[in-house]
Design a protein around this ligand. Structure first.
Ligand code: ADP
Ligand code: MG
Length: 236
């Protein structure tokens, strides 16, 4: 058996992201280095404005760094053009954002079916309904997404990602707007899919329960990683 460590799915090296507006410059990330092994569950924590969403957007191939390298399976995401990044996004890497985009003219179950199709998978309507049930939205399957609350939209977005079955799930505060019972259910769905598929999970969170269930907590402070190797067991 090969006992060497698996090669990382993500290898971030000295990643810097500066936002330049007309006059002001904001340094959101000041040199982040981070390796993620396949199947790992990482919680990203830190105060508001510390760079968490910026980091996630870069790892999702939705944005490019100002400097540094974002290796994803040996490919530098920052060097890919938008069409190439688009092919990775959605299929290999799925992201659930704070402000979620669903197709508002479609019903929830249609959104879930479409998400799978866009990722090159085809699922039955029953499978789509099962996925919606797993995030507590069975009774909303035929509703249009613009008729849902913020928390429901976020769960619907998670259902779409689960239908797409990416190898990597990135989530930005996906349990933030949920009551603790629903948050626990949603987290349960994610961890179940992870154990079934070996999916890598990276969740930005303020929720101590999420952080406790992660393999590792990566804490950001003012654009820097301050605790890269704090094991989940050290928090318990
Ligand atoms: P967090 O998710 O931890 O709250 P963000 O990554 O959203 O942090 O933001 C980090 C810093 O970058 C903040 O100072 C924020 O105001 C700034 N920032 C984020 N997005 C933009 C943007 N699109 N344009 C300009 N500044 C931004
Ligand atoms: Mg954020």
């Amino acid at each position: 058996m090969d006992m060497t460590a698996p090669s990382p799915v993500f290898e971030l090296t000295d990643v810097i992201r500066v936002y330049r507006e007309t006059e002001v410059e904001t340094i959101a990330l000041r040199g982040v280095s981070l390796d993620v092994v396949p199947g790992e569950f990482i919680a990203v924590t830190g105060r508001s404005g510390s760079g968490k969403s910026t980091l996630l957007g870069l790892m999702a191939a939705a944005d490019r760094p100002t400097a540094g390298r974002i290796g994803f399976r040996g490919v530098d995401l920052g060097r890919l053009d938008e069409p190439a990044r688009g092919r990775i996004r959605g299929r290999q890497i799925g992201i659930v954002f704070q402000a979620q985009n669903l197709f508002s003219i479609l019903s929830l179950v249609e959104n879930v079916e479409l998400a799978a199709r866009l990722a090159g998978r085809s699922i039955s309507r029953d499978d789509a309904l099962d996925i919606l049930a797993s995030v507590g939205l069975a009774l909303r399957a035929d509703h249009r997404s613009d008729a849902l609350s913020g928390g429901e939209q976020q769960r619907a977005a998670l259902a779409c990602i689960l239908a797409a079955r990416p190898d990597v799930l990135l989530g930005d505060e996906i349990t933030g707007e949920l009551d603790s019972h629903t948050a626990d259910e949603v987290l349960g769905v994610v961890t179940k899919m992870r154990s079934e598929t070996g999916m890598t999970v990276i969740l930005v969170t303020h929720d101590a329960d999420v952080a406790r269930r992660a393999d590792r907590v990566v804490r950001l402070d003012d654009g820097r990683v301050v605790s890269p190797r704090l094991a989940a067991s050290a928090l318990a």
